[in-house]
Design a protein around this ligand. Sequence first.
Ligand SMILES: NC(=O)c1ccc[n+]([C@@H]2O[C@H](COP(=O)([O-])OP(=O)(O)OC[C@H]3O[C@@H](n4cnc5c(N)ncnc54)[C@H](OP(=O)(O)O)[C@@H]3O)[C@@H](O)[C@H]2O)c1
Length: 240
Amino acid sequence: MNVLITGGGSGLGEAVTRILAKDTKNTIYFTFSNSEQNAKKIELDCSNVKSIKCDFKKELEVIALVNQIDSLNIEILINNAYVDNATRTHFHKIPQEDFTLDFSNNIMPTIRITQAAIGHFRKKKSGKLITILSSGLANTPPLGWSCYTANKAYLGSLVKSWANENIKFNITSNAVSPSFMQTKLTSSVDNRIIDQMISNHPLKKLLTIDEVAETVLFLTKASSHINGVDILMNHGNNIK
Ligand SMILES: NC(=O)c1ccc[n+]([C@@H]2O[C@H](COP(=O)([O-])OP(=O)(O)OC[C@H]3O[C@@H](n4cnc5c(N)ncnc54)[C@H](OP(=O)(O)O)[C@@H]3O)[C@@H](O)[C@H]2O)c1
């Protein structure tokens, strides 16, 4: 399989890159923005992996990636990158321009890359889209993360439209919605809060990037009958 994963050089994305690279028949392309050194290390560790610099804040780099999609001949696109502007405060305190900025930094590049991937998949009559959302959409939205959660909700809606519009072309679109994981994205969360989360957790442990990567791996191999599904990884926190 030829796979493109955005933000595959660090955090959850790195775990996904590495798990997919274990199968030497796969060729994994991943984008990085700040993690150049780590990207080079992953390439050294895995001979079937190739990194591509793509900062979502730089339009020319996004266009360059979009223009490569046909030649990379990808079969799977994993939308994982998230540009974190750390607008983490209560909604009424977030500057209005931050909503526009977060949207243009995150949603617009994802739309452009996914449009190019769908165009490519339609020509081949086959393809898989996998998008990382957040359990914050199903659970009570976390305090201070309204901008982030709203962006994920927008993507969640697109995931369903992509699933519905493209299944006749044997293209599926699914999502994974993880709960809290310790990565760069959550590095500003106070250790005392993390200890409290673990102590209140029914499993007494937080979700790991490797557990989520296993779930993404499953979706890369899943039957086309699995379409429009969002796999929620929140230990059944909101069973109704
Ligand atoms: N951590 C959690 O609790 C949690 C929970 C639910 C969902 N998620 C989702 O999981 C996904 C991965 O997040 P993570 O937890 O692994 O956090 P992370 O370590 O901060 O990863 C974010 C990824 O986005 C990339 N990125 C950051 N700025 C970028 C930019 N300007 N242009 C392009 N790419 C950029 C990063 O690449 P570089 O390192 O190269 O800059 C990195 O690979 C995200 O979609 C996130 O929303 C996370």
